[in-house]
Design a protein around this ligand. Sequence first.
Ligand SMILES: O=C(O)C1=C[C@@H](OP(=O)(O)O)[C@@H](O)[C@H](O)C1
Ligand SMILES: C=C(OP(=O)(O)O)C(=O)O
Length: 423
Amino acid sequence: MDGIVINRHRDVDLTFSAPPSKSYTHRALFCAALADGISIIENPLYSGDTEVTCRALGQLGVRTERTADGIIVDGCGGVMPPGGDVTIDCEGSGTSLRFLATFALLYPGRVTLTGSPRMKERPVGELTGALREIGGDIRFTERPGFPPVEISGELSGGSVSIDASKSSQFISSMLIPAPYAEDPVDIIPEGHVASESYLDITVDVMEKFGAAVERMPDGGFHVPSGAYVPRDYRVEGDYSSASYLFAIAAICGGTVTVNNLNPDSVQGDTAFAGALASMGCRVTKDAGSVTVTRKGPLSGVDIDMSSSPDTVQTLAAVAVFADSPTRITGVSHLIYKESDRIGAIGRMVEGCGAGFEYNDNEGEIVITPGKIHGFVLDPVDDHRTAMSGAVIGLGAGGVTIKDPECVGKSYPGFWDELRRAGL
Ligand SMILES: O=C(O)C1=C[C@@H](OP(=O)(O)O)[C@@H](O)[C@H](O)C1
Ligand SMILES: C=C(OP(=O)(O)O)C(=O)O
């Protein structure tokens, strides 16, 4: 497909269902893979990235099967069968690659983790440095600190400190297999942890599968030896994906209700609806849905998004339609994502006629609304840029999104949802 053209809409009244959470699906798959017996992951996200994780588990001897009830995972009880050396292509899925890095220490063989050209630019060195301290034998085959990386050794356990200022996934990676280490594992973050809210999701799923995780007052984690218990596990809806749907109400005016959302979710991207409320929208929550309504003007906002990186692009898309500037802080780690998202936001915001500034020292971006118009957006294979550009199109009209298939990484049904809604 060459591109999708998005036209302008006003005063919408729409209801959507949020797709299942990508982060919960990944974690449930890994915990179920380690449990001893059959788990069913109900309502999982079927997307490019979760497919990568299922395929990787299969390569490591853990069978997964897609059925009408969900994904059946035949867990290995922490002991993967010998299958020789394995090379796993994680494509563009950072979560898969980082989570597999520690998981690989339980595999009786050498595991090489590689991925797309962009994946080879996304850091993993802080994680592998910590893995060396707890039994990992690590070798980088191209550039030190970046995939491809060869991993063997064992998960001995003990106390380890880690710099997670670029990615929370480094800590989640070490947490998930930690119950199966030879000794209890203590993980001590050094300094600021990026995207910290994702650690709440990790601990939530680990506990639901029966593991104990103790959180220390200094931000550390203590994981005693133990085992996951196989179970049927239902994945909740994805607040990151829902952000594009909420943004439609904020940009077009009117009301959007998104079903399949847990009102008590620990997902950091629950904060997005709160940001829209600060900009002038009305936000109401129900047992399983969130509704965003905008009737009046939209104002800019000053917000720290260090714990909710995946909705920064969506907020930037909304901000171009406000009547005052928006300042978003805590964004410096966005350069390590599927694309350099600071650059991507700049191109998107300036492309449609608004102003953009990035202050490197402060890790902040400032978006100044302007006269917004149509434009052509190349998302450079970044699903979140494509979906954010699309919602700008619903306000500006005449926005062409090139390479629209890239949304399949996290939200394969996105364009169909818009079409079904008549957008
Ligand atoms: O653990 C996870 O599921 C994720 C953590 C975040 O990454 P970082 O911790 O690298 O910022 C987020 O951006 C990504 O989409 C999913
Ligand atoms: C950063 C993302 O994912 P990952 O790190 O898993 O590639 C994302 O989905 O926005």
